[in-house]
Write a protein that binds this ligand. Structure first.
Ligand code: SAH
Length: 234
């Protein structure tokens, strides 16, 4: 009895490990396909962005129930009525800020923490603000567990930015605002770029690139998009 029980207990471990590594391999294949077919094939060419999209394990950032869809070409629910953005949108917004290794970046809308992780692979510092406290806590814990030491998460309304760490080389807003928040423009460095979706929940939203150049603010419309609303109480 005892030897056979031992046999089951002991042989269970390698089977379990084999199962986990099989999953990991499947995720690695899916991730590579995601970058090839959804990101590179659609024109993203920034080397840092492509490397980060290949490296960050998106399946950790989606709820268990959606894990098999982690590398699919779509946004996914993360609870509290919020979503993790479609992989292509994450890559596209990251490329738009032209990230460089020394960059100090602010993100508004931490959500799952995935966009923050992608940014942190490329840039020196990432400050990210999330209005849903539970999501901010979950993301902070996950990012720490994954070993990120250059990401700071704060729970609160990102409308006013994060003055203590400003100015920022780049700002990425991942919720659709009615208009461009003034404090965020103020916290952008000279030469800095902000990407922000603008438009109401049921309207066509426009992804805008805001650039501060020679003291002037230049705004470009780059693509129609669909984001969850930017929550702000006056
Ligand atoms: N970047 C996220 C996507 C999050 S969706 C990711 O990679 O998973 C947008 C997020 O913005 C939601 O989690 C929402 O709660 C948050 N949000 C909305 N309004 C906000 C505000 N005023 N300040 C901070 N976060 C906000």
């Amino acid at each position: 009895m005892i030897p056979s029980l031992l046999k089951i207990v002991c042989s269970g471990i390698p089977v379990l490990l084999l199962g986990i590594s099989f999953q990991q391999d499947r995720f690695a294949v899916a991730r590579e396909q995601m970058v090839n077919q959804q990101i590179e094939a659609r024109g993203i060419s920034h080397r840092g962005v492509l490397a980060a999209m290949r490296k960050v394990e998106r399946h950790h950032f989606v709820p268990e129930a959606y894990r098999q869809l982690a590398y699919a070409d779509q946004p996914l629910p993360i609870g509290y009525g919020q979503t993790i953005s479609q992989p292509y949108i994450v890559a596209y917004m990251t490329e738009l800020i032209q990230p460089r290794p020394h960059y100090n970046v602010l993100e508004i809308g931490t959500g799952s923490g995935y966009q923050a992780a992608v940014l942190a692979e490329i840039t020196a510092w990432v400050y990210t603000i999330e209005i849903v406290e539970e999501l901010a806590c979950q993301a902070e814990e996950l990012l720490l567990n994954l070993g990120y030491k250059n990401i700071y998460v704060k729970a609160g309304d990102g409308y006013s930015g994060w003055k203590e760490h400003a100015p920022f080389d780049a700002i990425v807003v991942t919720a659709a605002a009615d208009s461009i928040p003034k404090p965020l423009v103020e916290q952008l460095k000279e030469g800095g770029i902000m990407v922000i979706p603008v438009g109401g929940e049921h309207q066509i939203q426009t992804l805008k690139v805001v650039e501060k150049k020679n003291g002037k603010v230049i705004i470009l419309n780059v693509a129609p998009v669909r984001f969850v609303p930017f929550i702000h109480k006056e």
